[in-house]
Design a binder for this molecule. Structure first.
Ligand code: ACO
Length: 367
């Protein structure tokens, strides 16, 4: 690890300790993920997204915690209607949170109420966007439904079946928090300047949009389609790796062991009938991919990451692949906002140093 004072440059801040958190323990060596001490497997089995979000915001577990989707204002709907054709769901969500943030006028420091409010707003905004682009009218939220089920309802107009609602809830739990990943770090940097929680979330959505962070699951689907039948998978993967390209859904900055979120989601996916054939292929391809990645980079231990089985779960509940990154963003709202609260509680402006490697001194007045 790099100590804060030895002036050593670590590209990508690899192994640099950039803060302290009591929210998520991400143990890459042993493949453990805990939220405030509780292992992710237990949280998926015993929890709901609302309980997990409350745990992250307050540090307390409550079996009574509930969170429904919130209504979207007319102003936000109007802006969503004005977005150009072909706007990506991540761009739409980022815009919606930004407009909503200006309506709320939140200041600093962020509060738990603000964290709840933006987390409850975002799914309704994304569902409204998805309906508007399909030529449909947005649907008012149903306050009796928990947030992931309420999102599905606002998207489709039908109450989701229990298995789909439970599967999406499990995905939201697994994706809620993950230490100092790029988007969370972005949110903390923004909070550290005494900016508001909506600005922090807008920045975090921008960071999550990149395929190296949150854009991977839809590309997992594309790659599985592209490679054709299972007997063509090995050649396709070899070709892809030999071109220096990446296999989506594999590799992680922190995990060297199997990503515990992938394991939890694979279990959830196995309970979804609609995705059975797809999942069978994904499991077979995963085995081949792990073997070839081991040959390709034996020193790195590149394993399956959360995005691989996210693709199965989100398809299994009937969601379109181009919505996957934005749905990841909805789930991560709990973690982002919890980090904003934690940052504000012991705030120091985040402003690292940089090594100047440009031109030596020169003057515009030299001939
Ligand atoms: N396929 C092929 N090669 C890979 C993969 C992969 N999935 N992952 C890493 N490598 C290779 C890289 O090409 C690189 O090789 P090089 O040193 O010859 O250039 C080496 O392993 C190290 O890769 P880095 O990018 O330095 O590793 P880093 O820790 O920075 O990257 C990352 C992690 C970005 C997730 C990477 O593994 C990746 O691009 N994976 C595919 C995209 C993906 O699945 N993203 C979702 C991540 S999970 C999440 O964010 C929620």
């Amino acid at each position: 690890m790099v100590s804060p004072h030895n002036n050593e440059y670590s590209p990508g801040l690899k192994d640099v300790i950039a803060g302290e958190t009591a929210l998520g323990l991400v143990d890459g060596e042993q493949g453990r993920l805990h939220y405030a001490g509780y292992p992710i497997g237990e949280l998926v089995t015993r929890g709901t997204y609302a309980r997990v979000a409350e745990l992250l915001w307050t540090g307390e577990w409550s079996d009574e915690a509930a969170l429904a989707c919130a209504p979207v204002s007319g102003g936000v709907i109007e802006v969503l209607r004005l977005l150009p054709e072909g706007t990506s769901p991540m761009d739409a969500l980022r815009t919606a949170v930004s407009i909503w943030g200006s309506e709320q006028g939140f200041g600093w420091p962020p509060t738990v109420e603000q964290a709840r409010a933006v987390t409850a707003f975002a799914p309704s905004a994304l569902a409204a966007f998805a309906r508007i682009r399909d030529g449909l009218e947005p649907i008012e939220p149903d306050p009796s439904l928990e947030l992931p089920a309420g999102f599905l309802y606002q998207l489709t107009g039908a109450k989701p079946d229990t298995a789909a609602a439970r599967a999406l809830d499990a995905y939201f739990i697994v994706a809620a928090e993950h230490g100092f990943n790029a988007s969370t770090f972005t949110a903390r940097v923004i909070t550290s300047t005494h900016s508001d929680v909506c600005s922090a979330v807008v920045g975090a959505i921008g960071a999550l949009k990149g395929p190296w962070h949150g854009g991977a699951p839809s590309e997992v689907v594309d790659q599985l389609h592209e490679m054709g039948d299972i007997d063509q998978a090995e050649d396709w993967i070899r070709d892809t790796l030999s071109r220096g390209e990446r296999l989506m859904g594999f590799g992680h900055r922190v995990y060297r062991a199997y990503d515990p979120r992938a394991a939890a989601l694979r279990q959830v996916a196995e309970g979804l009938a609609d995705v059975a054939d797809w999942l069978e292929k994904a499991i077979a391809v995963e085995k081949i991919a792990l073997r070839l990645l081991e040959e390709h980079k034996p020193e790195l231990s590149i394993k399956t990451n959360v995005e691989y089985y996210t693709a199965a779960v989100l398809q299994g509940v009937g969601l379109a692949p181009d919505l996957f990154p934005a749905i990841f963003a909805l789930a991560r709202h709990a973690g982002w906002t919890a980090h904003c609260l934690e940052q504000a509680e012991a705030n120091v402006l985040i402003r690292p140093d940089v090594v100047y490697v440009g031109q030596g001194y020169r003057s515009l007045f030299d001939s």
